[in-house]
Design a protein around this ligand. Structure first.
Ligand SMILES: [Zn+2]
Length: 266
């Protein structure tokens, strides 16, 4: 009798441990975290990723590094970048200010895209995600599309590959949270895996992401590095990305020279 119960239990448990998509397949998945780093929440995400041996990508906001390493307030943020790099994660740009780029002038767009680069040049992969994906979508309205093209051309000219998402978990939206995991698992099958969007500034996400990772693993889907889905992510950051800074340096140098010359003339 005992044996029969054990066999019955085994039959009940085993199939769910090997559940796959309706087409019988599993798909590669990559988790990404936007808007950080957050001094308290991001370390918790890193602990979970380490424990679960999952490589991820962090699209960080440039303004969290304002003033660079000489600003003592950025110490924690830079320490988190060091940890991400050391633990095998990718770091992408989420631009400087969290703005919807197509609603701004070309000059402001360029500034906001270039500004984080000198601050993050030792860390960035050549991947960028526009806040709200603003500019990366197709529009049937020609005026809107022209603005989107301007934004995307600026991203490209700066040397970045834009990385949007295949699956949006809407983890910031309390209304969608109760269905987040079942929707995520369904979407992985529907979109054949891909890049998944989360936010490491959301406590809800950080509190639950370990369960979500384990659920994805239980379905048999492998967690892969970003370059498996976006090959450009394997390359180094090209020099164009920091061009704006070079321009600024040249201007500053010219100003200094001019001032010295003026003094000599006096
Ligand atoms: Zn964002």
């Amino acid at each position: 009798m005992k044996k029969l119960i054990l066999i019955t239990l085994g039959v009940l448990i085993l199939p769910s441990a090997q559940a796959v998509c309706p087409d019988g397949k599993t798909y590669p998945v990559h988790f990404t975290f936007d808007d950080g780093p957050h001094s308290v929440l991001t370390p918790k995400v890193l602990n979970i990723l380490k424990e679960e041996k999952v490589p991820a990508t962090f699209f960080v906001l440039g303004k969290n590094f304002a003033g660079g390493k000489s600003n003592p307030n950025t110490k924690t943020a830079y320490a988190l970048l060091d940890r991400m790099k050391k633990e095998g994660h990718k770091i992408g740009s989420h631009t400087y200010e969290h703005i919807n780029h197509p609603t701004f002038s070309a000059a402001r767009v360029k500034e906001n895209i270039m500004k984080p680069n000198p601050l993050l040049k030792d860390y960035l992969s050549p991947v960028l995600r526009l806040p709200y994906g603003g500019g990366s979508f197709r529009s049937s309205n020609p005026a809107t599309q022209a603005k989107n093209d301007m934004v995307m051309n600026t991203v490209k000219k700066a040397g970045f590959k834009h990385v949007g998402w295949d699956i949006d978990t809407n983890d910031w939206d309390p209304k969608k949270r109760p269905n987040l995991l079942p929707t995520l698992l369904k979407d992985i099958c529907r979109y054949k895996g891909g890049v998944v969007l989360f936010h490491d500034i959301q406590k809800y996400t950080v509190d639950n992401v370990q369960d979500w990772i384990r659920a994805v693993k239980r379905e048999g889907h492998p967690f892969v590095p970003l370059e498996d889905l976006v090959p450009e992510a394997a390359k180094p950051l090209p020099p164009e990305a920091c061009e704006e800074e070079t321009v600024k340096n040249v201007k500053a140098l010219r100003k200094e020279v001019d001032e010295v010359l003026e003094k000599l003339e006096e």
